[in-house]
Design a binder for this molecule. Structure first.
Ligand code: SF4
Length: 229
């Protein structure tokens, strides 16, 4: 019987997801807290730390029990790089449960990503690109040192790891011209995906009445860019 270590409370658990890691059946572990306050965030209680935490022990035990039916574990948030024992947690998934790991991040902690990559603790990363660099604070809801986000981007691109870059298109906060700017700042990177804003649980209540953007509107204006949602 494998030992399940003690970890701090986690934010949530989705035993099976077909959506969080493309082409894979994954368990999703949500870690609490976030340093951003994106007005469009659909997981506000988790991001703000107001969600009641859950004991990770039964979660890890469940993942271990079902590991032969899973293709991996997605570690999401909140912002996972804030979790004090992230490296130990990822190491447990990879080296004890023997499952590949995908990490979701807002890219604000390049030094954490560098250490995780150096220790080979992640197999794939999905990183948010919130906005054109000049508009970042508006979409993140807090002042952001975009040099750090850019450092994370450079690090991940040069690491050769499986990488997804994603932008949530929020009408009213981002324009189509902004999406074109982001495409340019990413040098047309094929790994960029535009996600459609889901207004229902937006952190900023004034956005909850916003109409969902139309997929065709984006696909038509950004030929060749993948649209999700
Ligand atoms: S959407 Fe923004 S506030 Fe919400 S978890 Fe992600 S980075 Fe944090």
């Amino acid at each position: 019987m494998l030992q399940i270590p003690e970890f701090p409370l986690i934010g949530g658990y989705l035993p099976t997801s077909f959506l969080d890691w493309e082409g894979r059946v994954a368990a999703v572990v949500f870690l609490p807290g976030c340093n951003f306050r994106c007005p469009f965030c659909h997981n506000a209680p988790l991001a703000t730390g107001l969600a009641e935490g859950i004991d990770p022990k039964p979660v890890l035990s469940d993942i271990l029990r079902r590991k032969d039916f899973l293709d991996g574990v997605v570690v999401s948030g909140g912002e996972p790089t804030l979790f004090a024992r992230l490296a130990e947690l990822l190491s447990w998934f990879r080296n004890v449960a023997k499952l590949p790991v995908k990490l979701d991040t807002n890219g604000s902690h390049p030094e954490v990503l560098e250490a995780l990559l150096g220790d080979r603790l992640v197999d794939a990363v999905a990183m948010d690109i919130k906005a054109p660099w000049g508009k970042y604070a508006e979409l993140a809801g807090v002042p952001v040192d975009t040099e750090r986000v850019r450092a994370s981007l450079d690090l991940l691109k040069s690491s050769g790891i499986s990488l997804e870059l994603r932008t949530t298109y929020v009408p009213g906060l981002l324009s189509m011209a902004d999406l074109h700017r982001i495409r340019t700042q990413l040098d047309g990177d094929q790994r960029w995906i535009v996600q459609l804003f889901q207004p229902a649980n937006a952190l900023d209540p004034s956005l909850r009445e916003t109409a969902s953007p139309k997929r065709d509107e984006i696909s038509g204006a950004l030929q060749g860019v993948r649209v999700r949602g």
